[in-house]
Design a protein around this ligand. Structure first.
Ligand code: MRU
Length: 348
């Protein structure tokens, strides 16, 4: 089954509800920027590129909703829509990248056309283009990254950087998929990825759908398997890459990167150029989302921690560039990323 994370259907955005996978497969329909912002915050949709696509459609939906408004109301309310979407989650830069792109497009359309209803079609077209581009980029990354993996490799991944985290194919899982398409035999080890279980629920589900061999482990088992020589490479996605190559990704990624270095295992990051944030010099400046304590004290209807316990729940961590063997982008692979190599790729 081809995973279609987001789709435009009858003037609505439909998104797979990632909170209830793999038990339940269902789409939820959205009709405004505010409702999409809520869907992003609640993790109906998650994963940096998918969040960016959802936000772009959120803007288009809001414009559609306001199409009969006066020019002044349209402008004021669309601004509110942008604001609600920007407030939904702080770490994945693709969200802000997509909003900026939609804003620029809106400004261009507004200069050329006076009527809000003419602007709507243009914004929707741009959202469609952002989605299509993401799939093309993932395919390009997959092709380039596949060369780094060898026939027979067992590859560890953390969180879900697959079709569900993007418009399709995936970043880290896209590389694995592309390598398999070239005829390489790979097997995947998925960290469960506490607390939201993106590995156990989403990566495991995606791989099982396609019959890609996968083994699920708890997050604290990776070191043991690496020491035993059971892991040949690590590949993860990213939520934001700083100008110096530091990588913010799902909490626990840093731990895996340190372990990989200790055991001489290559640690790869696959991320589109829209995930690189040149405005941020180093990882220490990347905003790290802190999520609700209930994600740590239990899951679903089950609570296992005592009432009132103090909790920390940072949703991301930063892996320093020095631990990254290579950054795989749609434009090329940067080995041992550093500020000058990243700048050269972006300007080249
Ligand atoms: O909290 P999430 O599930 O949105 O976090 C997702 C990740 O950390 C992914 O690894 C990252 O966004 C890359 S997705 C291609």
């Amino acid at each position: 089954m081809k995973v279609v994370t987001l789709r435009w259907h009858k003037d609505r955005l439909e998104m797979i509800d990632q909170r209830v996978l793999p038990k339940t497969f269902q789409y939820i329909a959205y009709d405004s920027a505010a409702s999409v912002a809520e869907g992003i915050r609640d993790m109906v949709v998650r994963g940096a590129p998918a969040i960016g696509c959802a936000a772009a459609y959120g803007v288009a939906l809001e414009a559609l909703r306001l199409r009969e408004s006066s020019r002044e109301d349209f402008n004021a309310k669309l601004e509110e829509g942008f604001h609600a979407l920007a407030e939904s989650r702080p770490t994945a830069v693709n969200l802000f990248w997509a909003l900026e792109r939609m804003r620029k497009h809106w400004q261009g359309l507004a200069l050329a056309q006076n009527n809000p209803s003419d602007i709507v079609g243009g914004l929707l077209q741009e959202a469609h283009e952002i989605l299509a581009e993401d799939i093309r980029n993932n395919r390009a990354m997959g092709k380039l990254g596949a060369e780094l993996l060898h026939d027979g490799d067992t590859v560890l991944t953390h969180c879900n950087a697959g079709a569900l985290a993007t418009a399709g194919h995936g970043t880290a899982l896209g590389v694995i998929r592309s390598a398999i398409e070239t005829g390489k035999h790979l097997s995947v080890i998925a960290d469960e990825t506490r607390p939201f279980l993106q590995g156990a629920r989403l990566t495991a589900w995606e791989m099982v759908q396609e019959g890609i061999p996968i083994t699920l482990i708890c997050d604290n088992m990776a070191g043991h398997l690496m020491k035993d020589g059971k892991i040949d490479a690590v590949i993860v996605g990213a939520d934001r890459v700083a100008a110096n190559g530091d990588v913010a990704n799902k909490i626990g990624t840093y731990m895996v990167a340190v372990l990989a270095r200790r055991h001489g295992i290559p640690f790869y990051v696959a991320a589109p150029l829209s995930t690189i944030d040149l405005k941020i010099n180093s990882g220490t400046d990347i905003p790290i989302e802190e999520r609700d304590a209930t994600e740590v004290t239990g899951y679903g209807d089950v609570t296992w921690a005592p009432d009132g316990i103090r909790v920390r729940n940072p949703a991301f961590d930063v892996t320093p560039a020095e631990l990254v063997s290579a950054l795989i982008t749609e434009r090329g692979v940067i080995t041992s990323p550093d500020p000058s190599r990243i700048a050269a790729l972006l300007t080249g």
